[in-house]
Design a protein around this ligand. Structure first.
Ligand SMILES: [Mg+2]
Length: 238
């Protein structure tokens, strides 16, 4: 959800896929990563935390609702009274307000904390999330409160550039999880060896789009994601 728009010019698209935002790079450089140990890079919304469920609770307080007809927010958030969709121009502000009011209270995806806990002896874990920079700390606190006290990077734009830099720092296998196909495609372009999991927690959302062609595995279930990651680590000798 909230996928950045793909640029149509091929050379521009390549640049977008590899871009690393100037406010994201310092967050990555500040991480204490162990060279030679595999790294799991997980998205948060709809992978570790229930984004859609939380958004629906917030929309309810605003006289709005989510008519989940496609894998998009714009056009599908509607007014309860008139049934009219919220104009695209108003969506960024709406999402900003949602994150400001709800980041601290989102509910974890079932099995996420247990799966990561089981994997953390074999792999380092970081959360790479397109949350507003102002909500980074709140996001980290909410994750920690639910047994996922892992470093949080607040990203902006596609995720390939950030994953490429993380891979350079660890010099070890990287596993990436995200619900948005654009992010998976950008990681495939930026750092092809990354094991890429297309994970969508909300089953209603998962039904709305096919598995990303750039993913190696597609699931809505953390037990299955755990087993896939474990097999990747074993195959890579860890
Ligand atoms: Mg997400």
């Amino acid at each position: 959800m909230n996928a950045p728009k793909a640029n149509t010019a091929p050379h521009m698209q390549r640049l977008d896929l590899l871009a690393l935002h100037e406010d994201v790079a310092p967050q990555i450089e500040a991480l204490q990563l162990t060279r030679g140990k595999p790294l799991i890079v997980s998205d948060c919304d709809e992978v570790l935390m229930q984004f859609i469920a939380g958004l629906e609770l917030y929309l309810e307080t605003q006289g709005l609702w989510l008519d989940l007809k496609s894998f998009a927010l714009t056009g599908n958030v509607k007014r309860r009274d008139t049934g009219e969709p919220v104009p695209a121009a108003e969506m960024p502000e709406l999402l900003k307000s949602f994150f400001a009011s709800s980041t601290h209270s989102l509910i974890p995806v079932q099995g996420a904390a247990a799966a990561l806990k089981a994997l953390r002896a074999r792999a380092q874990i970081v959360v790479l999330t397109n949350v507003p920079f102002s909500e980074r700390e709140t996001r980290a606190q909410n994750l920690a409160a639910h047994g996922m006290a892992y470093p949080v990077i607040a990203n902006k734009g596609l995720k390939g550039g950030a994953v490429k830099r993380l891979a350079e720092l660890v010099e070890a296998p990287v596993i990436f999880l995200d619900d948005i196909p654009h992010n998976i495609a950008s990681v495939a372009a930026a750092h092809a060896p990354t094991h890429r999991i297309h994970f969508i927690a909300d089953p209603r959302l998962a039904r709305l789009l096919p598995p990303s062609e750039h993913s190696h595995f597609h699931t809505t279930d953390w037990a299955l994601a755990h087993d896939f990651i474990s097999a990747c680590l074993e195959k890579d000798g860890f």
